[in-house]
Design a protein around this ligand. Structure first.
Ligand code: LMR
Length: 328
């Protein structure tokens, strides 16, 4: 028997085996620090996914906008340059899925239970479905928390915002929210916020304490108001073509890993925000003020009209469906 054909078959088998064993790589890019609810959950997903697939999948997590900033990361996902993201629900408007901005409406969620009624229910499912025509598959909702406001002057009454330049995420609802307070909204990528606060490009901002603390924003903000006026959360998304192209057993294993990472993420979110607020207090550079019941009522009066104002953009039916679900 001639040696050459045997060698050919052997080398083909070897290279096929090498190809077959090359791990499927998931690049998971995000814009926050690792020691945040989202950052830790991304690492947890990595561990769970690699274990559940016996190494047939390799998850590379890129935190802190290492690979892409807010806007670019969604484009990169659609192009398949990265496979997984967990953007804030406030950043889907530019993608053309304005309904996600419903999550930004002031005071729309009276509690986390109300939020989960929406994200874990039919409304959540139908919103994720809206991403599919964009070449994106939604896997889960991850939690961060209710936002605080910060600036270098005390923010106790709506009138205190007059003329302030306030950084927001790329959401028309947040734009309307800041205008309702008499402030000038400025959209900036998350990775640019600290420097913009430090140099005075903007005067203040809003975020859950975990983001404020891990980005050291408190070091350049003298006053924080615990207002809980709005919510910040995430949708974990993948490139649809990549996800549909996965071997079925791998997709099942990744789905399970995502479910477990999501349970973990929701369990740590509130704790991490409480710890971050404590750490900001302890750092001693920022005065933390919690609104009184009367002041809360004044903020509500100023901000609740934003819900009606945004009906045209988000959809009256969706807003009332969320209010109904949240009231359960
Ligand atoms: C922000 O831009 O403030 C947040 O969306 C960042 C994040 O992903 O939590």
């Amino acid at each position: 028997m001639k040696l050459k054909p045997v060698l050919l078959v052997l080398s083909a088998a070897l290279s096929f085996n090498a190809y077959a064993q090359a791990p499927i790589v998931i690049k998971f890019s995000h814009v926050v620090a690792t020691d945040t609810p989202k950052g830790q959950a991304a690492e947890r997903f990595k561990q769970l996914a690699e274990k559940a697939t016996n190494g047939r999948v390799k998850v590379e997590v890129y935190p802190n906008s290492q690979l892409y900033k807010d806007k670019e990361e969604l484009e990169a996902l659609q192009l398949g340059a990265v496979q997984m993201l967990a953007p804030s629900l406030a950043k889907f408007g530019p993608l053309g899925v304005k309904e996600f901005e419903a999550f930004d409406l002031p005071y729309i969620f009276p509690s986390k239970t109300a939020l989960y009624n929406v994200t874990e229910g039919e409304i959540g499912k139908s919103l994720l479905k809206k991403l599919e025509p964009k070449g994106i598959t939604g896997l889960a909702f991850w939690d961060n928390g209710f936002k605080v406001m910060s600036a270098n002057k005390p923010l106790r009454a709506p009138a205190d915002f007059k003329g302030l330049k306030m950084r927001i995420q790329s959401s028309k609802v947040l734009d309307a929210q800041m205008r309702a307070l008499g402030a000038n909204p400025q959209v900036l990528a998350f990775s640019e916020v600290y420097q913009a606060l430090q140099t005075g490009v903007v005067d203040g901002t809003e975020n859950p304490p975990s983001n404020m603390y891990t980005q050291k924003m408190h070091e350049v903000q003298k006053y924080v108001t615990v207002s809980n006026h709005g919510y910040l959360g995430y949708a974990v998304i993948v490139n649809k073509k990549f996800w549909d192209g996965l071997p079925a057993d791998i997709r099942v294993a990744l789905d399970k890993a995502m479910k477990d990472a999501t349970t973990f993420e929701k369990a740590i979110a509130q704790r991490d925000n409480d710890l971050a607020l404590e750490a900001i207090k302890k750092a001693g550079k920022t005065e933390i003020y919690t609104l009184s019941v009367k002041e809360q009522a004044d903020w509500r009066k100023a901000l609740l009209p934003v819900q009606q104002q945004m009906e045209g953009r988000i959809g009256k039916d969706l807003i009332s469906a969320i209010n109904k679900e949240a009231a359960k």
